[in-house]
Ligand binder design. Sequence first.
Ligand code: FES
Ligand SMILES: [Fe+2]
Length: 348
Amino acid sequence: MSEIWLTNAWYVAGWDAEVDSKPLARTICGVPMLFYRKLDRGVVAMRDACPHRMLPLSLGLREGDSIRCKYHGLKLGPDGVAQEMPIRTDPVNRKVCAETYVTHERHRFVWVWVGEAALADPALIPDLWPCSSPDWAFDGGYYPVACDYRLMIDNLMDLTHETYVHTGSIGQPELMEAPIETVVENDEVLVRRWMPGIDAPPFWRGALGQEGLVDRWQICRFMLPSAVMIDVGVAPVGAGATLERHDQGVRGMVIDVMTPERATSHHYFWGMARNFQVQDPGFTARFKHQQSGVFIEDVAVLEAQQRSIAANPDLKLSAYRIDEGGVRARQAIDRAIRDSKQVQGGAA
Ligand code: FES
Ligand SMILES: [Fe+2]
């Protein structure tokens, strides 16, 4: 099977709040890893398999910044290197070690670099700037999803699905009527929809705090290796908002980061940043709860889609015009995988 994810890339391993002193086990791009914080709050990422008999180290016991295997007591430091052997009087063999991975915290997430450590440049972390801007409020949640991470990207790059998947929550007929355009800018893919002079839906009317017609936008932005940031909002008609610049009204950024777990499962980190009522933590909590209900509707559909793909191996996915954003995103991923191979091949 050809590769379906980029290895030399940053992936979200967890929310900042999920990673603590107790080990968190999470398989990233097919590699079982454990994550924990040291006493200085720095994050350790290590292969979740004891070098001795492969018991998951995440079952082990923390000792200072080290971890001791729960089976025979091998103790490894945060660099993955043995500090004590199972029989403590045995000389320490420093060749005994578990692989460790480079991590970086940014935009409220812990990111891990799965590939070649020497290439792990924090500048390559997707620019989810609203998640860490002081002028915006941001929070969200996590779902494990039993489908190929690219099916979630397809879903997020095609918001026509809102009408049917989210009938009772955010779906609206006008979303089907507005024309969309798809633009590729370097490695980014944008799907843009501009809805001028419409009645603001209830959520946005409340956010704006006034009646009257609005211009509304939805701009889905795919970023390598697997993030989708959706710029949504409304501005009063005549305020001068455009597809390119629209800070005249209220604006939200739906944040979606998909981390492959295995070929047909992924970790889905979701949330929303907003630039209105940023000092209201109650709004943040209520909105997170509401969003969790909307996104679980996607999870149910995508897991059923994945099961159907597995049950119909003789059929192929079709792509219609609404799928262009997802198709372009997949092309960007495939291109990056090819380029990454060439860099490695050239260096060898
Ligand atoms: S399996 Fe970990 S010490 Fe034996
Ligand atoms: Fe959805």
